[in-house]
Design a protein around this ligand. Structure first.
Ligand SMILES: Nc1ncnc2c1ncn2[C@@H]1O[C@H](COP(=O)(O)OP(=O)(O)OP(=O)(O)O)[C@@H](O)[C@H]1O
Ligand SMILES: [Mg+2]
Length: 274
């Protein structure tokens, strides 16, 4: 930044500049010495394939408008949008990114719903999207508070938009709530874990204060693409991680809870080592 001490009108005012200094100034710019901060972070908003898919979803009337990005992470971008009747929606676009293929593969393999799915490239990303849609459907129908799934196509998932007043719903980690509300949130989430495990026979698999949104006075679980059924080879490991994350977060926030309380509440028969 140019401070007032450095400010020398003679050197930048065209009328007062000699032709020599003007040429020198141009020259150093032309040599591309200028460094644009953050240049490496520029990237396209939508790759061509995604753009065309959004276009067909718009033509079909599933999406009317896309307003603005809510989140642009390394696995997905989430936008606020609207349907024709003005209903707000969340549009989650999975990145077509080879770096995540390996990670996704281990969840898709071993999931009986995807036994016929090709485990590579685009097909894997599409399966990942379909998996999140179908997990949201199962959880929503099972009475767990998750965004209601609306539609999906290729790498695009459309779901209920969760909000807090005029803003996208905040993550649990970003809300400032008192002890009593924190206890209430912990009880609700424990209830969701119970329903997941006992009624739906599923595990969230990435439960944390990042994947719980607060909307309309309730905690909602989001980001369920990696959720699996209990017969999945990773299920036990994911369940342990969920329990650990849950207990760590709420203990740090003065809620009196332990791993044993969770195991007892959920009623896991064989006591798992957490
Ligand atoms: N239905 C929704 N309504 C409102 N906001 C949402 C909704 N779904 C997701 N978001 C916002 O988008 C963010 C990212 O969503 P999500 O956790 O599902 O993606 P992700 O797989 O973690 O992506 P990445 O790992 O790339 O960040 C959330 O933290 C939340 O802020
Ligand atoms: Mg997330």
């Amino acid at each position: 930044m140019i401070g007032s001490k450095d400010f020398n009108p003679g050197s930048i005012d065209g009328n007062m500049m000699t032709s020599k200094t003007k040429t020198e100034a141009q020259h150093s710019l032309l040599k591309e010495k200028i460094n644009i901060p953050g240049r490496k972070t520029y990237e396209e908003v939508f790759d061509k394939r995604t753009f065309l898919e959004l276009y067909s979803l718009m033509k079909e009337g599933v999406i009317d408008i896309i307003d603005y990005p809510i989140s642009t992470g390394k696995e997905a971008k989430v936008f606020r949008g609207e349907q024709k009747d003005g209903t707000p929606i969340a549009v989650k676009i999975m990145r077509i990114n080879t770096a995540v293929f390996k990670e996704y593969k281990k969840y898709i393999e071993g999931d009986h719903r995807f036994k016929d799915t090709s485990k590579s490239g685009l097909k894997l990303i599409y399966a990942w999207t379909r998996k999140e849609f179908s997990n949201l459907r199962a959880m929503h129908d099972g009475g767990i508070k998750v965004p209601e799934p609306i539609s999906f196509s290729k790498n695009i998932l459309i779901m209920e938009y969760l909000q807090h007043r005029d803003h996208p719903a905040p993550m649990l980690k970003d809300v400032d709530i008192d002890k009593e509300d924190m206890e209430y949130v912990s009880r609700e989430i424990l209830g969701y874990m119970d329903t997941l495990y006992n009624d739906l026979e599923m595990v969230h698999g990435d439960l944390s204060e990042f994947n719980v949104l607060i909307s309309g006075g309730y905690p909602y679980l989001i980001d369920v693409s990696q959720s699996v059924f209990l017969d999945h080879p990773q299920a036990e490991e994911l369940l342990k991680r969920d329990i650990n994350n849950f207990v760590r977060y709420f203990k740090d926030n003065d809620v009196d809870i332990s791993e044993d309380d969770v195991i007892e509440k959920i009623g896991i028969e064989e006591k798992i080592e957490v």
